[in-house]
Design a protein around this ligand. Structure first.
Ligand code: SF4
Length: 154
């Protein structure tokens, strides 16, 4: 379990293997990357940074985001391997992905997060009241995590 004293929940990344990458697909959104991250990803892929950017990144809102691939109406991060259900650049994934689910916007409202991430468990006095999964014994709702969920750093 991973926790952060500033957040009222904890995260079990052991659940990721069975989740199917909900935090890497869904509705359209952004995976922000810094230039340094982009260069590191390019190096990992054995590519020139310029070519890498052209193939996998896009510039929007004055920043750089990874591209998406839209398949059957669902948006996938361009580095999400749908067959293996995993990130192809996991060791080099951007800070936005590394810091999930400890994002500023989830500090005060965890309802969306609870619907989307089966690895999250509320802690403290609010746990029984808010986490329907804990009280009802249900696992999680079948709402896929939207890429827009990762756009908190706009
Ligand atoms: S970079 Fe990897 S972890 Fe981040 S959204 Fe893309 S596939 Fe998922």
């Amino acid at each position: 379990m991973t926790s952060d004293a500033a957040f009222p929940y904890e995260f079990d990344n052991a659940v990721c293997a069975a989740c199917g990458g909900r935090c890497c697909r869904g509705a359209g959104g952004y995976v922000w990357v810094s230039r340094e991250e982009l260069e590191a990803m390019a190096a990992m892929r054995g590519m020139n940074a310029g070519l890498f950017a052209k193939q996998y990144a896009r510039r929007t809102q004055g920043k750089i985001s990874l591209q998406e691939r839209v398949i059957s109406g669902e948006h996938f991060c361009c580095f999400f391997d749908r067959a293996a259900r995993r990130c192809l650049i996991y060791e080099c994934r951007p800070a936005q992905c590394r810091s999930f689910p400890f994002w500023e916007r989830f500090k005060t409202d965890q309802q969306e997060l609870l619907r989307e991430c089966p690895g999250v468990r509320l802690t403290g006095p609010q746990a029984d009241r808010l986490d329907g999964r804990a009280t009802a014994g249900a696992f999680c709702k079948s709402v896929s995590l939207s890429l827009s969920g990762r756009s908190e750093k706009t």
